[in-house]
Every structure is written in structure tokens, then in C-alpha cells.
Design a protein around this ligand. Structure first.
Ligand SMILES: NC(=O)c1ccc[n+]([C@@H]2O[C@H](COP(=O)([O-])OP(=O)(O)OC[C@H]3O[C@@H](n4cnc5c(N)ncnc54)[C@H](O)[C@@H]3O)[C@@H](O)[C@H]2O)c1
Length: 328
């Protein structure tokens, strides 16, 4: 049975990955410092699962638990992940995302040679911005050009991973994924903000003119890609993960409002939830467009997203409607 150390498994994507790993018979140790966007809810597996509250910044403690578990794989999800927070205070981003990754690599470098792979879960935001009217997409060849403190910290950690691979032979794969959505995402992120604003009759804040474009992937498809990478990915390499769902922010808001108008017609006397849209001052350094070319993972690993965007969005909306107090 393969042993997988997951960092940040009480957050959004790590949680879904752990569920998948347990279902598919991996043995999992989840390390998380239980930050503001994390929860242990629904992580109550009886077999093959352990949780330890560990901060990846704490090298001594981290080393003790990793050596004791002796993982075959490390999946590094742990990170401060919200761009807006990084603009207000970059400190935790530098510490968790860069120093935390450095600590993990220092430990991974001395693991026995049965250790198979350090999978570093990163973002397409490391590539900076495409321009709105450009057809170009990000690929594994795109140079790094991060715009926010968040994306710069992730870019720095990606570089550390590559360097530890080249210098110390730590077997790694870096993945850069587009924007995730799905059940249980913390309510600071765009899709939960839209849904919860509608349900609570609050303004739906849209940055600038709403024309910025993001590329969306359902979280289950991201995790499915990560499992393909564990099973068949080529070590010392990088894969971009995306599902070819590019929408402008305002386009996405309209889509969700129209779906909600059908699923849960508002009781506030509004013609549509769209009446709640409010354009607000743009985010500084706001990237115009992200768009991923996932050809490499599609060809090499025969991976394809399984979920249709609209049905995954509906499923997500319904989850929030049924779990309004999840994060309380
Ligand atoms: N959400 C996205 O759209 C997206 C897209 C691409 C890549 N990613 C990357 O995927 C990873 C997970 O993202 P997410 O959306 O699940 O984030 P999240 O904020 O929901 O979860 C992050 C988890 O990491 C934990 N954590 C943070 N710092 C830690 C530390 N020092 N020690 C231990 N645990 C710590 C938090 O407590 C939290 O449980 C991140 O590395 C992020 O950069 C996210």
C-alpha cells in the first residue's frame, strides 16, 4: 500500500484529494496547521488515515513526523492561497509558501531511496497575465512572470522544487493548475462569494469592469489529474492542468445568477440575482487573463476532465444551498 503524506489536507483541494486517495486504497498522513480556511469536518476515515496538526514552517516537528511516516509520496498543498490577503500582508505567504516548501524539500532530500515523488501543487498564476485579446495560452514552456505576492511566493517555491531536483536529485513533479471550484471551498474565493452573496441578498462585488478572464476546473478533475500524475507522471518534470473553461468574471457571475434564478428563485423581490452585481475598485496588479493549454497532460497521461462545466457548477451551487453553515 502506497503511503502518501498530504500537506494542507484540511483546505479545499487537499480535502478532495484525501477522499480520493482513501477511496483508492492509499495510506494517508495529513499535516495541516488548521489555518482560517481549513476544517477537519468530514475527514473522519476509520482506516488508513491519520491527521497531525503540524506547521510546515516548523522544521524540527516536520522532520520528526515525516521520518516516522516514511512516505512514498509527498503532495504539497499547504499554502496561503488568497491573492487579496497577500496584497494586504505578504508575510504569511513568504513564510508558509516559500520557507514551508524549503523545509519539506530539505527533509525529502534525505528520505530513503524508496521515496518516489514530491508533487508540488502550484498555480497558473506563476505565469503572470495574458492580454485579453490574445489567443495565446500558458504552456509548460511559458516563462514565469508573477504579479501578486501570492503568485510570486508560489513561483519561488516552484523554483526551489526544481533546484532541489537538479542539485539533490529529489524526484519531483510540479503541477500548475487553473482556478478550482467545487463543494467546500472557503467563502473568500470568487464562486462561493457569488453564490453566498445571492443567497444572503448582499452585493456581488466584481473587480474593475469584470472583463478579466479566468480558466476554471472542477476540483474533482484537478484531483483526478493529480492521481494520474502519481501513477504515470514523468519525474523531474512539470504539467499544466486545465479544463478549457475560460470565462470573464462578469460572464461567470451572470451564469451563476441565472442558474440560481432557476434553482432558487429569490424571495427578495429582485427581478434576478443579477440586480445584486456591484462593480468595485480593481485589485492592484490584477492579471487580465489566464488560459491553460493542457495538451501535455492530455497526450502523455491520457488525462481528460470528466465533468462538464455547467453540471459541475450546478452541483457546486446545490452543495452551498445545502451546507449554508458549513464554515460557521
Ligand atoms: N484554489 C485554486 O484555485 C488553486 C489553483 C491552483 C493551485 N492551487 C494551489 O493548491 C494548494 C491548495 O489550495 P486550496 O485552494 O486548497 O487552498 P486552501 O487555502 O483552501 O488550503 C490550504 C491549506 O493549507 C494549510 N496551510 C497553510 N499554511 C500552512 C502551514 N504553514 N502549515 C501547515 N498547513 C498550512 C491551511 O490550513 C489550509 O488547510 C495551494 O498550494 C494553492 O496554491 C490552488
Amino acid at each position: 500500500m502506497n503511503k502518501v503524506l498530504v500537506t494542507g489536507g484540511c483546505g479545499f483541494i487537499g480535502f478532495h484529494m484525501i477522499k480520493r486517495l482513501i477511496t483508492n486504497n492509499y495510506k494517508v498522513l495529513n499535516l495541516d496547521f488548521l489555518g482560517y480556511a481549513s476544517s477537519k469536518k468530514d475527514l473522519n476515515f476509520k482506516k488508513n488515515y491519520q491527521f497531525k496538526k503540524v506547521d510546515i514552517k516548523n522544521f524540527v516537528k516536520l522532520k520528526e513526523v515525516i521520518l516516522d511516516f516514511s512516505p512514498d509520496y509527498i503532495l504539497n498543498f499547504a499554502a496561503e492561497s488568497h491573492v487579496d490577503n497577500s496584497i494586504v500582508n505578504a508575510n504569511p505567504f513568504i513564510n508558509s509558501n516559500i520557507i514551508g516548501t524549503f523545509n519539506l524539500l530539505q527533509i525529502a532530500k534525505n528520505l530513503p531511496n524508496t521515496f518516489k515523488m514530491f508533487v508540488h501543487i502550484s498555480t497558473d498564476e506563476v505565469f503572470g497575465s495574458l492580454s485579453l485579446n490574445q489567443k495565446k495560452k500558458f504552456s509548460e514552456k511559458t516563462p514565469y512572470d508573477p504579479s501578486s505576492p501570492y503568485s510570486a511566493s508560489k513561483a519561488a517555491s516552484d523554483h526551489l522544487v526544481k533546484a532541489w531536483g537538479r542539485t539533490y536529485n529529489v524526484p519531483y513533479i510540479i503541477t500548475n493548475c487553473s482556478n478550482n471550484f467545487g463543494p467546500r471551498q472557503f467563502h473568500e474565493k470568487l464562486i462561493p462569494v457569488i453564490i453566498l452573496s445571492c443567497i444572503n441578498k448582499r452585493f456581488i462585488p466584481v473587480y474593475g469592469n469584470g472583463k478579466n478572464i479566468r480558466d476554471w476546473i472542477f476540483v474533482e478533475d484537478h484531483c483526478n489529474a493529480l492521481e494520474s500524475i502519481i501513477l504515470n507522471g514523468k519525474v523531474f518534470s512539470q504539467y499544466l492542468i486545465g479544463a478549457r473553461n475560460t470565462y470573464s468574471n462578469i460572464g461567470l457571475v451572470k451564469k451563476i445568477c441565472r442558474m440560481l434564478d432557476m434553482i432558487k428563485p429569490n424571495e427578495f423581490g429582485l427581478k434576478s440575482y443579477l440586480d445584486l452585481v456591484k462593480f468595485v475598485k480593481d485589485r492592484p496588479g490584477h492579471d487580465e487573463k489566464y488560459s491553460i493549454d493542457p495538451s501535455k497532460i492530455e497526450k502523455e497521461l491520457k488525462w481528460k476532465p470528466r465533468y462538464n462545466f455547467e453540471s459541475a457548477l450546478k452541483l457546486t451551487i446545490k452543495w452551498y444551498l445545502n451546507n449554508l453553515n458549513y464554515w460557521n
